[in-house]
Write a new protein. Structure first.
Length: 568
């Protein structure tokens, strides 16, 4: 290991030279409290930034083991320290000017959710922060003085302010650890009490704007459970919390337009994650296998059995092994449900606003005009009860246009000026006095989900091997193949998308063997993460790249939308 004096000597020797001279910096450099690892050096100021790590021994960092001795606590502490590093970069470092990414200093993105990330590592031996750095340049010439200030002054100062227990807000850290424990306990209680979801009284559901996940600051109506659904859960740290427990089964969320139906569902769909203190959704917990289902016109589908919903297509197209490059709204929604059942969902979340109308229902008049033998779709209304009664899969459904769903619902909750009311009794009374004239189409039986094995040939190589590139939470580019993931609403962090890119390459190189099913492949990936951490997915040594752990459901969701996917 070299010293900072040697680092400065190298910088002085390459000052003014071509940018590739920065490659001489790669290595380890000790300073007072720790070690700076320069793992990867960009070859051009406009290229992806350099990757560095700053590590402090645990004996100097001084963190109590109670901050990281369980997976839940470690996840909360890593999140807290990642945010602390980000704040101190902003507070302590003035970015220098220059070409391209000159002077960039950053750590991975953190949103409103507390997710397992690899931006910081903490264990009994050390605390380490992984940073991205844009080494300064004038044109494509080395700026040694600016690089020296960045590497030998700014980064050590930020490390001392962020990675030493004595330097951080210890009270806030332990509060976040306890909050994460409470949220994990709450999600476990949801399952043990046979609930689909829990929404605490006082929760703030609406967000600041369509492009911000922060809570609405003014005008938001705090959530208050209807008396009929109000329960109390005693959390290990906070104590008693009261709110609405939505039982398993078929639950409708009804009400007029703009009264908060979709806002409630959106809060529930993200209840699979922990949230920051002050987010407003800290005590909203949902079954961790819940999947939001939408119609996705144009998505690809590869050998999915959609026959429980769609059969007898014109020209005899196979719906037991249904494949298409351009799915309709109804076929895509059917595929989304069947793929979710394949990975083991226990809860479907559906909003009629983002559903295919003909997939959701055929009313009595349409049944009279278009006879069943001419209609290949068995609508969701005729399958939803069978999903619960035969497979144990519950549904929470936002609906405002079809009272026919009252006949298949266990619970009906009305949003009235952003406040929920139980109207189950009223809905049943309406059914008894004004029954629908529509006829059920098909039995409620769903059959067994087929086992779909992923073929290794799905992962074809380009002229230069394989290149998988994330683009936010909307898109992944696999060589020249675009994977459209805009409609996967439970993918919330761009570094979850980055992780999925690494996962796809890991599956290609280490797992896919033409025998393992999609579910087995994803379970294998998760097993690797649980035993070795997120870093095990990366091909890079040292700094592995910024990753946030996606759920199994989002991994398999991306694979199912991969247009090169091949299944047997």
């Amino acid at each position: 290991m070299k010293s900072f004096q040697e680092l400065e000597k190298i910088l002085n020797s390459i000052d003014g030279r071509g940018y590739k001279a920065y490659k001489d910096l790669k290595g380890e450099y000790g300073f007072g409290d720790g070690v700076l690892h320069i793992d990867y050096v960009q070859g051009d100021p406009f290229a992806s930034p350099s990757r560095v790590r700053v590590r402090i021994p645990a004996s100097k960092a001084g963190f109590p083991t109670g901050a990281y001795d369980t997976p839940c606590r470690r996840r909360a502490t890593v999140d807290f320290l990642s945010r602390t590093v980000a704040r101190n970069i902003y507070r302590l470092y003035d970015r220098v000017g220059g070409s391209g990414k000159s002077g960039l200093l950053s750590i991975g993105h953190c949103g409103q959710e507390i997710i397992e990330r690899n931006y910081v590592v903490i264990d009994k031996d050390m605390v380490e922060a992984r940073l991205e750095v844009g080494l300064p340049a004038a044109g494509r010439r080395v700026l040694a003085a600016e690089a020296r200030r960045l590497l030998t002054e700014a980064i050590p100062q930020i490390a001392k302010s962020s990675l030493l227990f004595e330097s951080i807000n210890q009270k806030k850290l332990m509060e976040q650890v306890r909050l994460a424990e409470d949220q994990q306990f709450l999600r476990e209680e949801v399952k043990s009490r046979k609930l689909s979801a829990f929404v605490a009284n006082g929760s703030i559901l609406p967000r600041e704007s369509g492009v911000s996940q922060r809570p609405m600051a003014k005008g938001a109506v705090p959530f208050k459970s209807p008396r009929e659904y109000e329960i109390e859960i005693n959390l290990p740290n906070r104590g008693a919390v009261r709110g609405m427990g939505i039982p398993e089964g078929v639950t409708l969320i009804v009400g007029g337009g703009f009264h908060g139906k979709s806002t409630l569902l959106q809060a529930i769909e993200l209840g699979v994650y922990d949230h920051l203190e002050g987010d407003g959704r800290e005590y909203i917990a949902t079954r961790d296998t819940a999947v939001k289902i939408k119609a996705e016109n144009g998505r690809s589908v590869e050998k999915v059995d959609i026959s429980p919903f769609i059969s007898n297509l014109p020209a005899g197209q196979d719906t037991v092994r249904f494949s298409t490059e351009n799915a309709s709204g109804s076929t895509s929604q059917a595929a989304n449900i069947m793929e979710s059942l394949e990975i083991g969902t226990e809860l479907l979340l559906i909003d009629e606003d983002t559903s295919a109308t003909n997939f959701m229902i055929r009313d009595a008049r349409m049944q009279q005009l278009v006879q069943k033998e001419k209609e290949p779709i068995t609508p969701f209304i005729d399958r939803v009860r069978g999903l619960y009664e035969n497979k144990g899969v519950s549904t929470i459904l936002v609906i405002g246009g079809s009272g026919d769903y009252f006949e298949v619902a266990d619970h009906v909750i009305m949003m009235d000026e952003y406040s929920p009311r139980d109207v189950t009794g009223a809905a049943r009374e309406i059914v008894s006095f004004a029954s629908s004239k529509r006829k059920a189409e098909g039995s409620s039986a769903m059959g067994e989900s087929p086992r779909r094995a992923i073929l290794r040939s799905s992962f074809s190589l380009g002229r230069k091997g394989v290149k998988i590139k994330p683009r936010g939470t909307d898109q992944i580019l696999y060589n020249n193949t675009d994977i459209d993931i805009r409609d996967m609403e439970q993918l919330v962090d761009p570094n979850q998308t980055s992780a999925i890119c690494f996962i796809m390459e890991y599956i290609m190189k280490n797992i896919a063997n033409d025998k393992m099913t999609l579910t087995q492949v994803v379970e294998r990936v998760y097993g690797e993460v649980e035993s070795k951490g997120l870093d095990a997915l990366s091909p890079y040594k040292g700094h592995p790249g910024n990753m946030a752990l996606p759920r199994k459901h989002e991994i398999i969701g991306v694979l199912n939308r991969f247009r090169d996917l091949k299944i047997k």
